[in-house]
Design a protein around this ligand. Structure first.
Ligand SMILES: [Zn+2]
Ligand SMILES: [Zn+2]
Length: 167
C-alpha cells in the first residue's frame, strides 16, 4: 500500500504545519518527530534517520498530487490509483515508468520464447530520471516558491498515467 493520508502522516510523527514542497527539486520537506526530511536545498535540516531512506512521505511521481509513503528503498514512486494502471500495463508487457528505486522492482519476468514480448523489453521501463523530470514539471507548473503541503495539494492539477504515456 503506497497511500498515506494526512492523518497517517501525523500518526507517524509528521508535523503537517512544517511540511512544504520545494519548487527546485520537488521534494517534500518537513519535521517528523525530532528529525526532518529535507531536500538538497536545505542541508541545514539534515537529520539522522534509522530507515534506509530519510523520508516519511513523498508525492506520487505520476500524478504529482497524492501523498505516498516513503522511507525505504522499496517504497513505491506512485499512488495506488496510478499504480493500478502501471501494474496492469506491466502484466500486459507494456511500457511503464519505474515502480521504485530498487532494481528488483523494475524487472519484469519475461518468457524469452515469446518474440512479441522480447521486442518490447528494453523499452519497458523508462528511466528514473525521465520520471523525476515529469514529476518536477508538475510541481513547477503549480508553484514557484516553497509552498506549504496543504496549499500545494489544493492548487495542483493532478496529471495521470495516460498523460505520462502521451508525454
Ligand atoms: Zn529543494
Ligand atoms: Zn498518482
Amino acid at each position: 500500500m503506497s497511500a498515506l493520508t494526512l492523518d497517517e502522516l501525523e500518526t507517524h510523527g509528521g508535523d503537517i504545519d512544517t511540511f512544504f514542497v520545494c519548487p527546485v527539486d520537488g521534494m517534500l520537506v518537513g519535521r517528523v518527530g525530532d528529525r526532518w526530511q529535507t531536500c538538497r536545498c536545505h542541508p541545514e535540516l539534515e537529520s539522522e534517520w534509522t530507515g534506509d531512506l530519510a523520508r516519511l512521505a513523498e508525492l506520487c511521481r505520476t500524478c504529482g498530487a497524492a501523498l505516498i509513503r516513503s522511507g525505504s528503498r522499496w517504497s513505491l514512486f506512485h499512488c495506488e490509483r496510478c499504480m493500478d494502471v502501471w501494474r496492469k500495463r506491466r502484466e500486459d508487457g507494456l511500457v511503464t515508468p519505474p515502480f521504485g528505486r530498487h532494481s528488483f522492482m523494475n524487472q519484469v519476468p519475461v518468457d524469452p520464447d515469446d518474440p512479441g514480448v522480447a521486442d518490447g523489453v528494453c523499452r519497458m521501463v523508462a528511466t528514473i530520471d525521465t520520471l523525476d523530470g515529469w514529476y518536477l514539471a508538475i510541481v513547477q507548473r503549480t508553484i514557484d516558491t516553497e509552498t506549504p503541503l496543504l496549499d500545494y495539494l489544493a492548487l495542483v492539477e493532478p496529471s495521470s498515467p495516460e498523460e505520462w504515456l502521451r508525454r
